[in-house]
Design a protein around this ligand. Structure first.
Ligand SMILES: Nc1ncnc2c1ncn2[C@@H]1O[C@H](COP(=O)(O)OP(=O)(O)OP(=O)(O)O)[C@@H](O)[C@H]1O
Ligand SMILES: [Mg+2]
Length: 405
């Protein structure tokens, strides 16, 4: 869920001390305090969840809803233990800054744990007690995702808080993260096509545009490829709201001394001065667009020093239309027109503007991406097969490592 990027010690306090300072008392006491600004809060149990359909909504916008109060189920630890078969290693989906993520199974209607052939799959995130993340991130996730409802945001189904155990239960996204598809072990995953890359960018843009369009804008603060999850049809859903916060009024910024985020994705104004704007998210989106185009990570210490930071290296190439092809991921060669690549490059450059005021809004980004998607004038070259593209990628990897030496 993102990292602290300042040198000052970030919240490494244990959950125990957090729990005491935030909400004294028991977990049932806590559950009464979940919710935005202490207003109507979630209560525990299935009955609360089953009220989902009748919940009042404020501000339906951009195909999403902001619920007046969260309608999450509070799970017991033993229920989640059962759902994941005792958190067995075979159920492990991945791990991040918060802790391990397990696959589990719940009954679709009652959300009670059940056998995998009878129920629906869910993803269960379990806090690692050693993690620098903790109660604050967990609570932000419950407060934000518990109330936000949009097809391009991951659905949070419930949570568990028992003693030191903090867990989150989400809908299961079978294709995992965009990061995994772009940079995972190439031999096990076919490279994403141009068409699917644009589809994913559009889905993620819709999610961010929805957050930014809400009455009190939500600044997401941790936009990156690993936080974009994919369903079976490659619909993108933004996950991890541990760093999200409600935006300042108008064009104002939040000022903070503790910079949170992930290297390579953090906007310069936020990194250098601690000023956080809604447009700081647009910068992060630009970095992901660049990763999608180049098939290269935002920050990679195994690359040579000039290429370590993707933005620094790629910006001059984006500015020169003749050079844009040299930046594009070889595995999608022949799948897009030069016009589409140039448009995407121009959009990326705008998102990466140093001055946040010069960056487009997420709504503008979305509209441009939809125009790019409509461009069907692909070059008349052969469409490369997956095995050919893998070979190209291997060559690409070899040539980059050769450049390194
Ligand atoms: N809802 C989900 N459905 C399917 N897989 C998931 C889900 N949530 C997380 N995962 C898997 O677990 C991995 C780890 O996710 P997690 O969000 O904990 O870490 P991260 O995004 O890689 O890093 P960070 O902690 O910086 O956000 C993901 O890359 C993904 O493969
Ligand atoms: Mg994540």
């Amino acid at each position: 869920m993102g990292n602290c990027l300042t040198s000052s010690p970030c919240h490494s306090s244990s959950i125990r001390s957090r729990t005491l300072s935030s909400t004294p008392g028991t977990s049932s006491n806590y559950s009464r305090n979940v919710g935005f600004s202490g207003s109507t809060s979630s209560t525990a149990g299935v009955s609360q969840f089953s009220e989902a359909a009748s919940v009042d909504v404020s501000e339906p916008s951009l195909n999403g809803q902001i619920l007046d109060y969260s309608n999450l189920k509070e799970f017991s630890f033993s229920e989640l233990k059962l759902a994941t078969k005792n958190f067995r290693p075979e159920s492990l989906l991945g791990r991040g800054g918060f802790g391990k993520v397990y696959k589990g199974c719940l009954d679709e209607k009652t959300l009670a744990p059940c056998k995998s052939k009878y129920g629906m799959m869910v993803a269960i995130k379990k806090l690692n007690p050693e993690s620098v993340q903790g109660f604050q991130e967990w609570q932000a996730e419950v407060n934000f995702l518990g109330r936000l409802n949009h097809p391009n945001l991951v659905k949070l189904l419930g949570f568990c808080w028992e003693e030191q155990d903090l867990l989150l239960v989400y809908e299961f996204l079978p294709r995992g993260s965009l990061e995994n598809h772009l940079f995972g072990r190439r031999s096990s995953i076919d490279p994403l096509s141009w068409e699917i890359r644009i589809k994913i960018a559009i889905g993620a843009a819709k999610g961010l545009a929805f957050l930014h369009a809400s009455e009190r804008e939500v600044i997401y603060r941790d936009f990156k490829a690993s936080n974009i999850l994919l369903d079976m049809s490659y619909n993108a859903k933004i996950s991890d709201f541990g760093l999200a916060r409600v935006g300042p009024a108008g064009e104002a910024s939040h000022v903070t001394t503790r910079i949170m985020g992930t290297y390579g994705y953090v906007a310069p104004e936020y990194m250098n001065t601690g000023h956080l704007y809604v447009k700081s998210d647009v910068y992060g989106f630009g970095v992901v667009l660049l990763e999608i185009m180049a098939g290269l990570r935002a920050h990679d210490t195994t690359r040579c020093s000039e290429q370590r930071n993707l933005v620094d290296w790629a910006k001059p190439l984006l500015m020169n239309r003749k050079k844009i092809k040299s930046l594009m991921d070889r595995s999608i060669e022949g799948q897009y027109s030069l016009k589409a690549a140039v448009l995407l490059g121009d959009l990326t450059l705008k998102c990466l503007e140093t001055d946040p005021r010069n960056r487009p809004s997420m709504q503008e980004v979305l509209e441009t991406l939809e125009q790019i998607e409509k461009l069907k004038d692909k070059p008349k070259v052969f469409k490369i097969s997956n095995s050919q593209s893998k070979q190209l990628n291997q060559r690409h990897a070899k040539s980059s490592s050769a450049k390194r030496h």
